[in-house]
Design a protein around this ligand. Structure first.
Ligand code: NAD
Length: 361
């Protein structure tokens, strides 16, 4: 590894990073725990064919940090964590791999709860469930709340509406041009909400079959090649694939008025949040607009109630409206405004927990 591990941990403010390798199954996994001020770390497990271990490590760090902010802004008493498995999600999944993963999660003794993310499904963790119960988002028949992608997509749709309201003073999406990058679990589910409102939708995906399925199921939408999505003239660009896609190269190309999508860590660096602000492109901070999935799985830890989950997810609309207001009032980027909300909550709740309470048990 070329990176300086502790320097990177210091840069992002991490508590703990665990490298897990299982020689029999070939599991290579990094579990990253960012900040547990509010409670046990919570965050999904991503499986991706990372071009290098450095990239997997940085992805784990950045994703875990995002979870700290997401938990804080959504009002949960959880910290941020994330796991990444290095491997091809289409080819490398085995029972052994996910059981080995489960054992490493169990070894953390409740410091880390995990579930699905890009490249993984609830069914994968049914194997892990044989080794640990520190899991959320399992299929319903295994006692979990099921696929989070639908709730996440619902929250993204609510966020897109709040963004349209901020842009145009009206939250109707009829005729609003929306381009969606990635029609996987979240992007595909988002299409239903957008087409029901007769938005003018353009999609892309690196998997041709995913594009074809979307075009077949939603005949009114259009598709472009993956590289072209940044050049599509639209009202709202909705990134629902990988992170880091808002960077020096792509921001120059964007022909949209706003960015509002599910992908985690959309900003390559936090300076890109400022760049969008300077260019007058309204950015819905990723960890706010995509918090529906977190709201669903964190609710499992409090005793799952679907109505409560949907009500809290719908309220992403209000949280984003508040963030847009803070951004305008202070002339700061929406990214910084969202961070401010999260950091204030972590600080206050962290401080009140300093009061000593005797154990009288
Ligand atoms: P997924 O793996 O099901 O879908 C991602 C899709 O993006 C895939 O179809 C993939 O082929 C496509 N893709 C990858 N690179 C691409 C590129 N360069 N151009 C176009 N398409 C590309 O994952 P998902 O669960 O839908 O998650 C999508 C994003 O949303 C991820 O960043 C994830 O971390 C985030 N997110 C997901 C959830 C959830 O509940 N699933 C919750 C919050 C955030």
């Amino acid at each position: 590894m070329k990176l300086n591990i502790f320097e990177e941990m210091k840069k992002y403010g991490h508590e703990q990073v665990i490298f897990n390798y299982d020689k029999k199954t070939g599991l290579k996994c990094i579990i990253s725990i960012h900040d547990t001020t509010l409670g046990p770390a919570l965050g999904g497990c991503r499986m991706w064919n990372y071009p290098s271990e450095d990239e997997a490590f940085i992805d784990a760090l950045r994703l875990a940090m995002g979870m700290t902010y997401k938990c804080a802004v959504s009002g949960f008493d959880n910290g941020g964590g994330k796991a990444v498995i290095i491997g091809d999600p289409k080819k490398d999944k085995t029972e052994g791999l996910f059981r080995a993963f489960g054992r490493y999660v169990e070894s953390l003794n409740g410091r880390f709860y995990t579930g699905t993310d890009m490249g993984t499904f609830g069914e994968d963790f049914v194997y892990s469930f044989k080794e640990t119960d520190c899991l959320v988002g399992l299929p319903e028949e295994y006692g979990g709340s099921g696929n989070t992608a639908v709730t996440t997509a619902f929250g993204v749709w609510r966020g897109i509406k709040a963004t349209a309201k901020e842009l145009y003073g009206d939250d109707s999406l009829t005729g609003v041009k929306i381009s969606v990058q990635g029609v996987g679990k979240v992007g595909y589910n988002l299409l239903k909400f957008l087409t029901e409102e007769q938005a003018d939708v353009t999609i892309t995906d690196i998997y041709r079959e995913s594009v074809e399925k979307a075009l077949e199921d939603y005949p009114g939408i259009k598709a472009v090649e993956p590289e072209k999505i940044f050049d599509v003239e639209c009202d709202i660009f909705s990134p629902c694939a990988l992170g880091g896609i808002l960077n020096d190269d792509t921001i120059k190309r964007l022909k949209c008025k706003a960015v509002a999508g599910s992908a985690n860590n959309q900003l390559a660096e936090s300076k890109h949040g400022d760049l969008l602000h300077e260019k007058g492109i309204l950015y819905a901070p990723d960890f706010v607009i995509n918090s529906g999935g977190l709201i669903q799985v964190a609710d499992e830890l409090e005793g799952f109630n679907k109505d409560r989950v949907m009500a809290k997810t719908a309220a992403i609309y209000d949280i984003l409206t508040e963030i847009y207001k803070i951004s305008k009032q202070n002339n700061i980027s929406t990214h910084k405004a969202a961070n401010k909300l999260a950091e204030e909550r972590i600080e206050v709740i962290g401080e009140i927990q300093r009061t000593y309470i005797p154990d009288r048990g």
